[in-house]
Design a protein around this ligand. Structure first.
Ligand code: LRH
Ligand code: MN
Ligand code: MN
Length: 388
């Protein structure tokens, strides 16, 4: 049986990174709903992220998206974060919201557009130098809409060239995390559509390039936990963009649509050393809270990851290995289901209380008065983001 003290220590030590854009207004292409008190600039996003960390104790890092989080001086932003007990996490590039990128960014047929895109990626590394961020997270909206529109292989060559230039600019302690996505905004070919494409590019680049798995970026029915296990085995799992989906890239709260899938993913992570600090797997959220209150939604999401992790840590790995070795299919399956069916909320409440935290982060946030305060204080202005 798993040692409960070790399980608790692992849960207390887990770190979940929250996205700056999760705190801002967002929506679908039909409507962006505004909400009272949303941050007006990156500083206010950090103020909100600090509340999530205050009440959960496991969310000290915040991912930035450039240029949504553009500021004059990133070192100042980094100090602002530190003063609030936070750190700036992954820097996400954005090569998808400029008119120049109609036919792609780093895969565009025009070298001038590719230059512009690569320059942006290099600027993101400059920002990492200023913020102390270790991870550059790249997602490319590149692709084509119509058969024959562009040369698929030439686009891979352009992609490889761009990635190599950016990789060469990374410092010793910096990584490039390459995200894949099946489709959208392109509907025929996508230049990095799946983990295999991302993995092949990362392999060619070298040890500082790793794959990031956004849980919303697969075809329905894809076995994501298999991908996770494979990448971990190869030392190429850089991290997650956690969210959940019913249809496509829905960006709903992680663990909401399919908590069992999240458990299966976390089981592979936990079993294969992915929770060890040395594995350096970044557990990031990539979500948009279009219709629900944002800060409590981020808190809930962090808790959902913690619950899936707790269940994964409760899997009796010795019993599992024994059943597997004996070829006892049902016994092996039962070991996993026993862990999944455990109510881990009391355990997590204990972990929080032992660390001096309120056992119920959502209730603690609601009682804090923060929501009322920001609704009164933050009037006017709107920070750029998905809706922009
Ligand atoms: C693309 C994506 C990528 C972007 C983020 C805002 O769908 O998952 O990670 O940077 O959304
Ligand atoms: Mn993502
Ligand atoms: Mn996405």
């Amino acid at each position: 049986m798993p040692d409960i003290a070790a399980v608790k220590a692992a849960l207390a030590g887990q770190r979940i990174e929250t996205p700056s854009w999760g705190y801002g207004n967002s929506g679908t292409r039909f409507k962006v709903f505004t909400r009272a008190g949303v941050p007006r600039d990156p500083y206010e996003k950090l103020d909100d992220a600090a509340r999530v960390h205050e009440f959960t104790g496991v969310a000290p890092k915040v991912s930035l998206h450039i240029p949504w989080d553009k500021v004059d001086d990133y070192a100042v932003l980094s100090t602002y974060a530190k003063d609030r007990g936070l750190e700036l996490g992954a820097i996400n590039s954005n090569t998808f919201q400029d008119d120049a990128y109609r036919l792609g960014s780093v895969c565009h047929p025009d070298p001038k557009v590719r230059r512009k895109a690569v320059d942006h990626l290099l600027e993101c590394v400059d920002i990492m130098d200023a913020t102390g961020s270790a991870d550059l997270k790249l997602w490319f909206a590149d692709g084509t809409n119509y058969p024959g529109q562009d040369d698929v292989v030439a686009r891979q060559d352009r992609l490889g060239e761009a990635l190599a230039e950016v990789y060469g600019r990374l410092g010793d302690d910096q990584r490039l995390l390459l995200e894949y996505k099946l489709f959208e905004p392109s509907f025929y070919t996508t230049d990095v559509p799946d983990w295999g494409t991302s993995y092949a590019h990362c392999l060619k680049l070298g040890p500082k390039a790793q794959v990031v798995v956004d849980t919303g970026h697969h075809a329905p029915g894809t076995n994501i936990e298999f991908i996770v296990a494979f990448l971990l085995r190869e030392g190429k799992l850089g991290g997650f963009d956690f969210n959940s989906r019913f249809y496509a890239d829905d960006d709903l709260m992680v663990g909401a649509a399919d908590p069992f899938q999240l458990f299966r993913i976390m089981h592979e992570v936990a079993k294969n050393g992915g929770l060890d600090r040395a594995a350096n797997v970044a557990f990031m959220l990539d979500q948009c809270h279009n219709v629900e209150a944002k800060i409590p939604a981020v808190i809930r999401s962090v808790m959902n990851v913690q619950e899936a992790t707790a269940k994964a840590l409760l899997v009796d790995l010795d019993a599992l290995a024994a059943a597997q070795a004996a070829g006892d299919v049902l016994a092996a399956h039962a070991v996993l289901m026993d862990a999944y069916d455990t109510d881990v909320r009391p355990l997590l409440r204990e972990v929080r209380e032992e660390r001096g935290l309120h056992p119920d982060p959502v209730a603690a946030y609601a009682a804090s008065g923060w929501q009322e305060r920001i609704a009164a204080e933050r009037v006017g202005g709107e920070q750029a983001g998905w809706g922009a």
